[in-house]
Design a protein around this ligand. Structure first.
Ligand code: SAH
Length: 263
């Protein structure tokens, strides 16, 4: 067995039923699947039973060795009955994804390394046109932020940036004790499915700046938090006296368009 490395966020899931439930939640119509951080392969064993092309990216050399040892399919690039299976040793955050499946779209799954889960999701957004769904395990607290709606305490940057492009569903809570070593917090499985918002509808960079600027001072009214954005300009609109957590995604989009006119 592999000794878990904390700096890689390694918490190995030991409950096979949960692993199977995660894998079964992936769209049956998908043709390609990417697993992030297979570790010792608890999800991988079920993914290998599905018919799709499968790519796995794992950063840890020891896990790679273990996976190759345990699953003959992962020893070398395997193409069996038109299905490709490849295990890469790489950092997911450094990977170029456009040609991962020859430009085709793919589902993403994993029991994600919690120390980089937000970065994983921001990367998914970057590739939203080729990632129609994500099913994965995160810290419960992160899952709550991902699904939060306006008015909730947990509604924030992650909620807005993700829900702009994905429907996010909280599937179920997972106890600490089903992992070795157990993490300090509870976990949850979430499912994200691309929504039908097609175009940007506003300047992307300004949108992100506005969302981040306002939520980074979430107790302040919009009027006060956007002062640095405005510089010497003045601006008035209906929600200047609200706090960011009261704004819906559409309102953030409208607001971005309004601001763009004067900046
Ligand atoms: N899926 C396994 C392991 C989950 S722990 C299980 O459920 O048991 C998270 C895994 O992500 C670890 O194997 C860790 O080595 C891997 N990992 C951490 N950072 C990574 C990165 N940047 N890119 C790819 N894999 C990473």
């Amino acid at each position: 067995m592999i000794r878990a490395k904390k700096f890689l966020g390694q918490h190995f899931l030991k409950d096979k039923n949960i692993a199977k439930k995660i894998v079964d939640s992936l769209d049956a119509e998908t043709k390609n699947i990417l697993e992030i951080g297979p570790g010792t392969g608890v999800l991988t064993q079920f993914l290998l039973q599905r018919p799709e092309n499968l790519k796995l990216v794992e950063i840890d050399r020891e896990s790679i060795a273990f996976l190759r040892e345990t699953y003959p399919e992962l020893r070398e690039t395997a193409i069996v009955e038109n299905r490709t299976t490849i295990l890469y040793q790489n950092d997911f955050l450094e990977m170029e994804l456009n040609n991962l499946f020859d430009g085709d779209s793919f589902s993403v799954t994993g029991n994600f390394p919690y120390n980089i889960s937000s970065q994983i999701f921001f990367k998914v957004i970057k590739y939203k046109e080729i990632i129609p769904e994500v099913v994965g395990m995160v810290q419960k607290e992160v899952a709550e932020r991902m699904v939060a709606s306006p008015g909730k305490k947990t509604y924030g940057i992650l909620s807005v940036l993700l829900q702009r492009w994905y429907n996010v569903e909280y599937m179920f809570t997972v106890d600490e004790n089903v992992f070795v070593p157990p993490p300090k917090v509870k976990s949850a499985v979430v499912k994200m499915t691309r929504n039908d918002r097609q175009d940007m509808q506003c300047d992307e960079e300004l949108f992100i700046r506005l969302v981040k600027t306002t939520f980074n001072q979430r107790r302040k009214t919009i009027r006060n938090s956007i002062k640095p954005l405005l510089g010497d300009k003045t601006y008035e609109c209906g929600f200047m006296n609200l706090r960011p957590e009261q704004l819906t995604i559409s309102q953030f989009i409208d607001f971005t368009n309004e601001l763009e006119k004067i900046l």
